[in-house]
Design a protein around this ligand. Structure first.
Ligand code: 5GP
Length: 304
């Protein structure tokens, strides 16, 4: 059979149309990602007219554009909903539409119940690296900036890493009830979590992450029982020892002291709602962000 060839000019027009359609789909995803449109509204548009950019968008791409959704969770959700990877939103069958609609509605409901997540874990497990990664890659999450009486380290910026304050200011902040919790850490400086920015963020539906020490995590749970406590674990005890002693900058006595502290800290893990193993910074960060937006209260479990 002779091959049917598209005339040159039609092919150019089709190419232009394909580019325009891709751009239109990218704009839809962007709007969802920036929370300007709700994923459920995109889906309804797709179902009223499958030929729209919304209709030709793949379900996977729609789910990926929802803030806080990463590839692991998207794959799990699609599997649960019985939707094949390449499916377009407008091409879903009636049952699949119903399941996706129910899932998106439940999620929208959950979004208004924004979350406060406290990330804690033993010294040297990589809490700071995971929260720095979240600060860079997930701007929709408010990373609480603590006040501290310790002096800044090279590269630390006031107002970004900490609010560096003197003892007098810290005392005044305590008196005025400005802290959600505060503590003396490592028997040295004082650290406190400012309450007003957290309350303001939660009120507007923004999720908040606190990276604080164990006593701080316990205090937050007392003050706000709805907070979710997440414990970051090392892949193995040997790996934690390597991370603790690897830098070789501490004396053997200091190393031994840190290992003892780490043992005590690890013993607290069962007080936490969720445990995440820090195999890889990007993955651990993504799991934390997913917890900030996932509906329902997860029972204690280990994610590895
Ligand atoms: P660093 O001085 O190395 O930045 O932090 C020392 C420790 O203080 C870390 O374990 C960190 O999680 C903890 N920390 C930082 N901010 C706060 C806070 O606001 N409250 C409490 N309780 N601990 C904090």
């Amino acid at each position: 059979m002779a091959e049917v060839r598209m005339p040159e000019v039609d092919r150019a027009a089709a190419g232009r149309a394909a580019i325009a359609a891709r751009r239109a789909r990218a704009a839809v995803k962007d709007a969802v990602h920036r929370r300007e449109r709700r994923a459920i509204d995109v889906a309804e548009t797709a179902w009223s007219d499958p030929a729209t950019p919304e209709g030709t968008l793949r379900v996977r791409e729609l789910l990926m554009s929802i803030p806080g959704m990463g590839p692991t969770r998207v794959a799990r959700v699609m599997d649960e909903l019985g939707i094949a990877d390449a499916k377009r939103v407008g091409g879903l069958g009636a049952r699949q539409r119903e399941r996706l609609r129910a899932w998106l509605q439940a999620r929208e409901g959950a979004r208004t119940r924004s979350r406060l997540v406290v990330l804690a874990g033993p010294t040297a497990v990589g809490k700071g690296t995971v929260s720095a990664y979240i600060r860079e890659n997930y701007p929709e999450v408010l990373l609480s900036v603590s006040a501290t009486t310790r002096p800044p380290r090279p590269g630390e910026v006031d107002g970004r890493h900490y609010y560096f304050v003197d003892d007098e200011t810290f005392d005044r902040m305590i008196e005025q009830g400005e802290f959600l919790e505060y503590a003396t850490v490592h028997n040295a400086s004082r650290y406190g979590t400012p309450r007003p920015p957290i309350e303001a963020a939660l009120k507007t539906g923004r999720s908040v992450l606190l990276e604080i020490d164990l006593q701080g995590a316990r205090a937050v749970k007392k003050a706000m029982p709805e907070a979710l406590l997440v414990f970051l674990l090392p892949p193995t005890w040997e790996e934690l020892v390597r991370r603790l002693t690897g830098r070789g900058t501490e004396s053997p006595a200091e190393q031994a002291r840190r290992l003892e502290t780490a043992k005590v800290e690890l013993a607290a893990q069962d007080e936490f709602d969720v445990k995440i193993v820090n195999h890889d910074v990007g993955r651990a960060a993504q799991e934390v962000v997913e917890l900030l937006t996932v509906p329902g209260t997860p029972s204690a479990r280990t994610r590895s």
